[in-house]
Design a protein around this ligand. Structure first.
Ligand code: NAP
Length: 314
């Protein structure tokens, strides 16, 4: 049996691992299907405090992992298929491997940006195609960009990008936007934003680097290429919570609900941190912050509620 297991290795899970390892709690961390999380698909990170000259996303995650390992965190390369949280110790089933028993669990499995699945999209991810304007907008100073989507995220990303880009074109597959009227109004009033409605994206066009987006006009049936230096896909995120099989309370989209001001879920001993419980901020630094909170919450929980006397095994 383990004291604490951490599911997921983005900034939230790795920060929790650093804190718990330093507290001598020997955390076991299951890496997940994308070790390092979403930051491993970005290039330069310039807004994570402590790196005056910026740092590459994969390098930042590698450093966090090494920091956790230095204090004794144990990483297991695997993917959590399911969990049984009905009684303690909880059971964590890792696909193709053993079932672990643990006194507490920290869920930091993150969220995945939804993608269009069109040619060129994955190939240019992090190099002309992105899913986070706050992260990458700065690189498009003086350039033309496209934002795909008709929801609040797309409106927000487009408005944000007008701080840098000369033109921001919103491409949406329908004539009606899904975004709230206040967000729509803000975008419509922004003179740098242009619109391509009723246009379905069909291909990211590139010539060494991204040069545009091919779209299908749903009125005329014609295809054309819209010129652009960068493309932001803003069609929503999905929190990675399917493996929980509804044992932990979530909102209607699937984001875990935590008790405000804590990382506690509806199940005592189960904590959630990072993007899996955050539909709003979704930043590496906020994920790291909640990872720290989850470690401290788990530590305090075990001080009061441990089944096993862990002092004998240290
Ligand atoms: P969303 O509301 O689900 O909107 C997703 C948009 O992407 C929709 O317009 C949808 O088109 C489009 N889309 C989905 N799949 C597509 C595909 N395969 N190809 C082309 N287009 C596709 O997602 P969101 O904008 O991320 O917002 C999620 C939630 O967060 C919402 O509740 C939103 O209000 C909230 N949010 C709030 C704020 C804020 O208040 N500041 C900011 C961001 C998000 P259709 O409309 O045709 O389905």
């Amino acid at each position: 049996m383990q004291q604490v297991m951490i599911l997921g290795t983005g900034p939230a899970g790795l920060t929790a691992a650093i804190y718990l390892a330093r507290a001598n709690m020997k955390p076991i961390i299951i890496e997940g299907s994308q070790p390092g999380g979403q930051l491993t698909t970005t290039t330069e990170v310039e807004n994570f405090p402590g790196f005056a000259d910026g740092i590459m996303g994969p390098e930042l995650m590698d450093q966090m992992r090494k920091q956790a390992e230095r204090f004794g965190a144990v990483f297991i390369s695997g993917w959590v298929e399911s969990v049984d949280l009905s009684t303690r110790p909880f059971k964590v089933h890792v696909k193709g491997m053993e079932t672990y028993e643990t006194e507490s669990v920290i869920i930091s499995t993150g969220a995945t940006a939804k993608l269009l699945g069109i040619p060129g999209e994955r190939e240019h991810m992090g190099r002309g195609v992105g899913t986070c304007a706050t992260c990458d907008g700065f690189f498009y100073r003086g350039k033309k960009v496209i934002v795909i989507g008709g929801g609040d995220s797309a409106m927000e990303e487009a408005n944000f990008l007008t701080r840098f880009a000369t033109e921001v074109r919103i491409v949406h597959r329908r004539n009606e936007l899904r975004a709230s009227s206040i967000m729509q109004d803000r975008a419509r009033q922004n003179k740098k934003i242009t619109w391509s409605l009723n246009q379905t994206p069909v291909e990211v066009v590139a010539d060494g680097k991204v040069t545009g987006l091919k779209v299908h006009d749903n009125d005329t049936g014609e295809e054309q290429t819209l010129e652009s230096d960068g493309i932001f896909v803003a069609i929503g995120h999905l929190p990675n919570t399917a493996f929980l099989s509804k044992q932990v309370h979530t909102d209607e989209i699937g984001y875990i609900i935590v008790k405000p001001g804590t990382t506690e879920t509806n199940i005592p001993g189960v904590f959630a941190c990072g993007d899996v419980q955050d539909p709003i901020y979704r930043q590496a630094v906020t994920a790291a912050g909640t990872g720290c909170m989850a470690a401290l919450d788990a530590e305090r929980f075990l001080q009061k509620n441990a089944i096993h006397d862990w002092s004998q095994s240290l």
